[in-house]
Design a protein around this ligand. Structure first.
Ligand code: XBP
Length: 257
């Protein structure tokens, strides 16, 4: 039986990457007079590296303008990342970063049904606070039984560490939970922990093989365009009843797809 819904954050709850984190990184580069910027396309490539600080260090490997000394590089990445997170909080507060369609409704479904929810993300805690505080209000944290962020699980996705921590905190077996993810690293992390996954496709991960998912579609706000071998959804939003039906079907086969 489904006992908890485990939510990824960036790309899944909101389209935070292109107009949020990417813009914030570029503002941090400008503020520290770093002579490069990340285009939409380049940022898409860099999303293969999870974690903002790790992404910075990865990008610096190919930049002649980056400090050659590893310690200086680490220090620059740390300063850029801290400043990026401040810029991100301002963007989220000022410009707004709406929850994706169907997300708020699913939160409410879970609350009504008494189904526990958790956050399982590689992003920094301050970014989760900025996003969910703005979208759900000061009491956002009470909606989630557990919140695991990048600081808690330093082995970032696709490593299963964050998922394993959440399962342990909830006292659940993997198949008692269901993950909602948008990116290959997140799907791999959930599957490595044994947790079934539903994929809601996002801007940067609109088309990638999702064979490991029990269902994948463009939006939780509509049943259109879903690939769901365990049962096609209706035309309306993907609600908790639908997630429970997919979960029942996958658990009945004793196989995580
Ligand atoms: C997405 C990430 C993060 C964000 C930036 O996490 O990989 O690195 O891009 O956040 P998820 P930080 O999909 O697991 O929510 O700069 O705080 O790392």
């Amino acid at each position: 039986m489904l006992e908890a819904l485990l939510w990824d954050v960036d790309g899944t709850l909101a389209e935070t990457e292109r107009d949020g984190h990417r813009v914030a990184f570029n503002r941090a580069f400008a503020a520290l007079e770093v002579p490069w910027r990340w285009s939409e396309r380049r940022y898409g490539e860099l999303l293969a590296v999870t974690g903002g600080r790790e992404r910075l260090l990865h990008d610096m490997r190919d930049r002649a303008e980056a400090p050659a000394d590893p310690a200086q590089r680490e220090s620059l990445a740390g300063r850029l990342h801290a400043l990026k997170n401040e810029c991100y909080a301002r963007i989220v507060a000022e410009a707004g970063m709406p929850l994706r369609e169907g997300v708020r409704e699913l939160f409410d479904d879970c609350a009504r049904a008494g189904l526990r929810m958790a956050i399982v993300t590689t992003t920094s805690r301050c970014n989760v606070q900025a996003l969910l505080g703005a979208q759900l209000g000061a009491g956002w944290r009470e909606r989630f039984a557990v919140v695991v962020c990048g600081e808690d699980a330093p082995q970032k996705k696709p490593d299963p560490q964050a998922y394993l921590m959440v399962l342990q905190a909830l006292h659940l077996a993997p198949q008692q939970a269901l993950a909602v993810e948008d990116a290959p690293a997140g799907i791999a992390a959930a599957r490595a922990a044994g947790v079934p996954v539903v994929v809601t496709r996002s801007h940067y991960f609109a088309a990638f093989p999702d064979d490991g998912a029990l269902a994948a579609g463009p939006s939780l706000g509509s049943g259109a365009g879903w690939r769901a071998p365990l049962g096609a959804p209706g035309a309306g939003r993907i609600d908790l009843a639908q997630l429970r039906a997919w979960h029942r079907a996958v658990v009945a086969t004793h196989e995580v797809r």
